[in-house]
Design a protein around this ligand. Structure first.
Ligand SMILES: [Zn+2]
Length: 326
């Protein structure tokens, strides 16, 4: 498969890497993505390595990796101009950011959003990736978001919109519904993952804990839960297993990222088929709802139960039962 990302990044963000690589391999890149999670550095790395891949002049029959991940040095290696510019954040067109830094309120101004939309409507020889650095609604508020909607809905070809958010629930639904959301693994999880080999991404475990009985139980429990013909009792088992992991000192966010990542990495053709893309999106959303609730002092027990039973329902019916209530 085409290699878009560095080994290190692929091991830190296996799911995001797999989703983008599958999309490119199948020529099914979505028009807009939302990268949801706290690891901002990883989001930037994903975006710049992807942008480099889409614009690199050195990609040819001999190599299908951009200069950025060619393992040569920018100064000494034979890097193309596009990759040099992208690496030093100086590319005038391929990678464009929109943020609220220049306004007093910190919000993205309506005029600014309009100018951005206008920029996008021009033709360009480059594949342009437009990054909205913080899509939370206090930054990307409704009037500014409205100025972007047409661009999101009818983008020109060779344009990719990427919205960054910590939690997708803080983003206006009009934006979320138009994006494919990708969960960015949290930092604690990242530390654990970076210890595991990047080449075994479909057998990822929290390497640091991989020998602990607790993680073995969790993995076994997940496998039963996600197997064909799993029963309600498997859901109850998994719920209990998560709760005892929390008692053992595992972070809830870490467990949720682990379970979701592991389940989605098992899909053969992740996000290439509409059904899988929808499943992934709804499962991310369930994870986000649970994480958000945990910050509002909902008890772990209650939210784990809600999460698992909603997941069970989603697997059976393809419908996210929590979405209906929101
Ligand atoms: Zn290049």
């Amino acid at each position: 498969m085409t290699k878009l990302f560095s080994k290190q990044l692929s091991s830190q963000q296996p799911l995001a890497a797999k989703i983008f690589e599958t999309a490119i391999a199948n020529n099914k890149l979505a028009k807009s993505y939302m990268l949801a999670g706290h690891a901002n550095d990883d989001k930037w790395q994903l975006v710049s390595q992807l942008t480099a891949y889409l614009n690199c002049a050195n990609i040819n029959s001999k190599t299908d990796s951009s200069c950025l991940i060619s393992e040569t040095d920018m100064e000494t290696g034979n890097w193309c101009t596009n990759c040099r510019w992208i690496q030093t954040d100086k590319h005038p067109q391929a990678l464009i950011r929109l943020n609220g830094e220049n306004s007093k309120s910190g919000k993205i101004g309506v005029e600014q959003a309009r100018a951005f939309a206008e920029e996008v409507s021009k033709t360009s020889p480059y594949f342009r990736v437009m990054v909205i650095e913080n899509a939370h609604q206090e930054i990307l508020h409704r009037p500014a978001a409205n100025a972007l909607l047409k661009t999101i809905e009818e983008p020109r070809s060779k344009i990719l919109m990427v919205f960054f958010a910590q939690v997708s629930n803080d983003v206006l639904p009009t934006i979320v519904s138009r994006c494919q959301t990708i969960n960015i693994a949290s930092n604690q999880y990242k530390e654990c993952l970076s210890l595991s080999s990047p080449n075994t991404s479909d057998q990822l475990l929290l390497a640091k804990h991989s020998d602990t009985p607790q993680l073995k139980n969790l993995t076994a429990s997940l496998e039963k839960f996600t197997s064909q013909g799993s029963k309600l009792t498997d859901a109850i088992d998994l719920t209990e297993c998560i709760q005892s992991s929390i008692k053992e000192g595992f972070e809830l966010d870490e467990i949720l990222d682990f379970l979701i990542t592991k389940d989605l990495l098992c899909l053969d053709n992740i996000c290439a088929s509409e059904r899988e893309a929808r499943y992934a999106k709804e499962l991310f959303l369930l994870g986000q709802i649970a994480k958000e609730q945990s910050r509002h002092y909902v008890s772990d027990k209650a939210l784990v139960e809600t999460f698992i039973f909603a997941w069970h329902k989603l697997k059976q019916t393809g419908i996210n039962p929590l979405k209906l209530q929101r």
